[in-house]
Design a protein around this ligand. Structure first.
Ligand code: PGA
Ligand code: MG
Length: 229
């Protein structure tokens, strides 16, 4: 039997990236005259990667954006974000200890993010966290992304895990829906960037700190999901 696989979302779950996302977004939209976005705004913009984040920023300000301009702005965002990496981004409290604890309990770890691969992989690398993960998949790794179950299934396959021994942990509707679509248990964190209370999305459980993410909790969720299904 393969070891349990714990799949983490990135933005707003493993890493507090909000200051840098806002910084790069504002750098990107300032030249076209859009007023700066705040942390509050970000909660409505983030979740489907940078391209969608930029589009949603224009929608929020009721300003039209054509596809060609969207491409240019996306490229500008990526360049600024990559160049400033890791910026102020850092793991949430207790993250590293949690990764070490789960690994010591013979669990495999992976990241399934809607951030593009070209941003997610170097960010995890510059933060010195790459060695913890058997796989890192982004919003553009497969033809579909969260909340599509195939993003989770692809991540499980790359990490060498199995579908009936995997748990997803995340901060947003995309994570919880993706887990539900994939038929695996989910852990919602309430310290991320969701624009609705995470509990309202009906994850299997909610945690408020990584200290609560123990190997016992993962095993309990896996057992409970078999009893229910
Ligand atoms: O960058 C985004 O928009 C979402 O990224 P996440 O899936 O890691 O939360
Ligand atoms: Mg997230």
């Amino acid at each position: 039997m393969s070891s349990p696989l714990v799949i983490f979302d990135l933005d707003g779950t493993l890493i507090d990236t909000a200051p840098d996302l806002i910084d790069s977004l504002n750098h990107t939209i300032a030249p076209v005259g859009l007023a700066p976005m705040t942390l509050d705004d970000l909660h409505h913009l983030v979740g489907q990667g940078a391209r969608v984040m930029i589009k949603r920023a224009f929608e929020l300000r009721n300003v039209p954006l054509d596809e060609a301009d969207a491409d240019t702005l996306f490229n500008n965002f990526v360049e600024h974000y990559r160049h400033n990496m890791p910026g102020q981004s850092q793991p949430f409290a207790g993250t590293v200890e949690c990764l070490q604890r789960l690994a010591a309990a013979d669990m495999t770890l992976a990241i399934c993010t809607n951030k593009s691969e070209a941003l997610a992989i170097p960010l995890i690398e510059t933060l010195g966290l790459s060695d913890h993960f058997a796989a890192i998949t982004g919003g553009d790794t497969f033809p579909v992304r969260k909340p599509d179950a195939a993003h989770i299934f692809g991540t499980i396959e790359r990490a060498g895990g199995s579908r009936d021994r995997a748990v997803m942990i995340g901060d947003s509707i995309n994570d919880i829906l993706a887990a539900q679509n994939a038929g695996i248990p989910s852990i919602g964190v309430d310290f991320g960037y969701s624009d609705v209370p995470i509990a309202s999305l009906s994850p299997s459980t909610v945690i408020s700190h990584f200290d609560a993410l123990t190997d016992d909790l993962v095993r309990d969720l896996l057992v409970a999901s078999k009893v229910v299904s």
